[in-house]
Design a protein around this ligand. Sequence first.
Ligand code: TXA
Ligand code: MG
Length: 315
Amino acid sequence: MKTEILPADDPSTLRRAATALREGEPVALPTETVYGLAANALDARACARIFEAKERPLTDPLIVHLPGLEWLERVAVANATAIRLAGIFWPGPLTLVLPRRPIIPDIVTAGQETVAVRLSAHPVFRQIALNTGTPLAAPSANRFGRISPTTAEHVRAELDGRIGLIVDGGPCTHGIESTIVLVADDGLRILRPGPISAEELAAIAPLHVAETAGVVVPGSLKSHYAPRTSLDIESNPEPHSGDGLLAWRPVTADGFAAVEVLSATGDPREVAANLYAAMRRLDAAGLRRIVALPGPESGLGAAIMERLRKAAARG
Ligand code: TXA
Ligand code: MG
């Protein structure tokens, strides 16, 4: 299959994407977090093609992206806390895990009784979801276990020949995946840290430590978001020949074969936005290993550190 990248600022691209989605084809779309591989969430066969293209195990459920807030109660059972969170953080990088409605096919939830839902803030994604007229199931548009794409070219590097269309909306603003929160009657549990921080969520409802028994949890695999080159997190690294360095802010980096500085000021938002592209460049540089310097563990820093730990985990 030939994979085309078409610009989002051409109205015919948006029409083609919606037509392809209605016909049951998966299409890669930009979101404000990372690029997603979208398909009609109400069409089990269309969703099966996502799993096939990504080589994703069927035990790993998909996030359902709503065309509008009115879809929330059609796909999920939303309690008062869920409605409050949606009112505050949607559209935006927050995914809510809620009891599902029967309209959602089993393949999307991996047979679980919950469904993950979000409303993307990306204007291109929103327009295409509206034109398609159905919720869109969309995991990150990478092959399973690999680094999420934050540009259309990253998607091509992951899925070339496996999908027909990539809509190019430029680089993603947040650069890391949405925060996933399990919403229950007694409060919230973060299943994946992300751009909406634990601090922000705790201000809305009681926040508990997630106990993960019995649910499929995002990145329940220790290793995820992984470059092919091995990655270590070290505060005072001793460079060996062929080592690359991944730094949050400018540092002296004598002895490193390649250096990626994620932000001139160490601003976590900029670090997150540049993280995956920098990991891809280091991965392509033929290095012996990548050394990542750690950063702060609060706010967005917690989500960035989680991604680095997953990238560093072997096996
Ligand atoms: O920012 C994002 O969330 C991006 C963009 C495209 O929206 N999507 C994304 O999807 O990161 P994905 O599939 O790469 O990661 C979603 C994670 C998966 O690890 C999956 O296990 C988890 O969400 N998940 C989905 N449904 C779930 C559910 N019902 N309960 C618990 N975890 C769930
Ligand atoms: Mg993913």
